[in-house]
Design a protein around this ligand. Structure first.
Ligand code: AMP
Ligand code: MG
Length: 351
């Protein structure tokens, strides 16, 4: 008799377990918006479930405002921006800047220093020669005399930054923050959303990401890395819950002359595109750091780039390169178990 009760108990238990297991999940509410800022598609996806719609929409507005603000200060093509003013007053007078731009310039000079000039925001005069400084895609290959003439203006150590004033002492010098400003804007937006109480969200500014995970996405986030040679395809993904990720690639802005690829990431020592890597993904605590370091490592190349990455205790890299037309990769030891190589088309991802 007692045995029978045991069976009944087990059946009941099994039934309830099955019920819990197969219980339909409540639909997940996704609040997302895409806007165009800094010549880039910016996407914010919020998965927090415990906030009223009005609050989520307000949070999106405030987060996008961070991109508007950074663009209005740091753009080289908006004549009223502080950077455009600094550039047009090179050799004339210092320009007083806001604390937001000062902080961005402090970071830029810090990464320039740490990378020994592989990342150098004074690259603007050479960038302009190639026409990579504008977005009209009228790229051109300058000759070596032109490059040499402009290269003498490139040296971040000559930027004078004091008491919220920035001065370029020689006419012809110029600053371009294209390698760091998007990451910086992502971090400002990230801090804004956190300050508003959000915990589960992702900000993506053209491959410059920062994200945090709450109960909905913890353990499930996949950060996809674009395939550098197949448009609209991905190469693999990272299983990460939080942090900053950025990718620099030779496939973003480029042109071909006699089958040679010329792209927008320039080696400040030569004035020509850096050529050892074709894609560099950096995983770091912040988007600013990931953005600056992805450009620096791209310029440094595989070997020196990986050595440089290893000098940062909480930074990792995935470097893609070509060897006899074969796509190969290097991955930092500390991220290896988070990487899954899986080639797919973007349509298959159903993002
Ligand atoms: P990213 O895609 O973050 O690697 O940034 C590339 C952009 O940074 C280019 O479009 C230029 O505006 C700028 N840039 C190119 N080469 C350098 C460099 N060596 N250091 C700093 N900025 C650079
Ligand atoms: Mg960058």
């Amino acid at each position: 008799m007692q045995r029978k009760w045991w069976w009944l108990l087990l059946v009941l238990l099994g039934f309830s377990l099955a019920l819990v297991y197969f219980w339909p999940q409540p639909p997940i509410q996704v609040t997302e918006k895409t806007e165009l800022w800094m010549d880039t598609v910016v996407r914010i996806v919020i998965l927090d479930q415990d906030q009223p719609d009005a609050r989520l929409n307000q949070a999106l507005t405030e987060a996008f405002h961070c991109f508007a603000r950074v663009e209005s200060l740091a753009s080289t093509t908006i004549p009223t921006s502080e950077i455009a003013q600094i550039n047009s007053h090179a050799g004339v007078q210092p320009i007083t800047v806001t604390p937001v731009l000062q902080a961005l310039m402090d970071s830029s000079l810090f990464y320039a220093d740490r990378s020994h000039g592989a990342f150098d925001c004074s690259i603007f005069p050479v960038l302009r020669l190639w026409n990579f400084a504008t977005n009209d895609q009228a790229y051109r290959k300058p000759d070596s005399t032109e490059i040499r003439a402009k290269l003498k203006f490139v040296d971040y150590r000559k930027i004078q930054l004091e008491a919220q004033q920035i001065y370029l002492p020689a006419p012809g010098q110029g600053i371009d923050l294209g390698a760091i400003a998007k990451g910086y804007a992502v971090d400002l937006a990230f801090e804004k959303l956190r300050a508003l109480g959000l915990k589960d969200f992702l900000i993506d500014a053209g491959g410059n990401l920062r994200f945090a995970s709450g109960p909905v996405s913890a353990g499930k986030r996949r950060i996809w890395i674009k395939h550098p040679r197949i448009p609209a395809a991905v190469w693999g993904y990272l299983k990460l819950d939080q942090g900053g990720v950025a990718t620099s690639g030779d496939y973003e802005r480029y042109f071909l002359v006699d089958s040679v690829r010329y792209h927008h990431i320039l080696d400040p020592r030569t004035g020509y595109p850096a050529h050892d890597c074709i894609s560099v993904t950096i995983i770091a605590p912040s988007a600013t750091q990931a953005d600056a370091l992805s450009t620096a490592v791209f310029v440094l190349g595989r070997e020196r780039g990986m050595q440089f990455v290893n000098t940062w205790p909480d930074v990792a890299a995935i470097i893609l390169y070509l060897e006899q037309d074969q796509l190969k990769y290097l991955v930092s030891e500390r991220i290896r178990d988070k990487l899954v190589i899986e080639n797919k088309t973007i349509a298959q991802l159903n993002l």
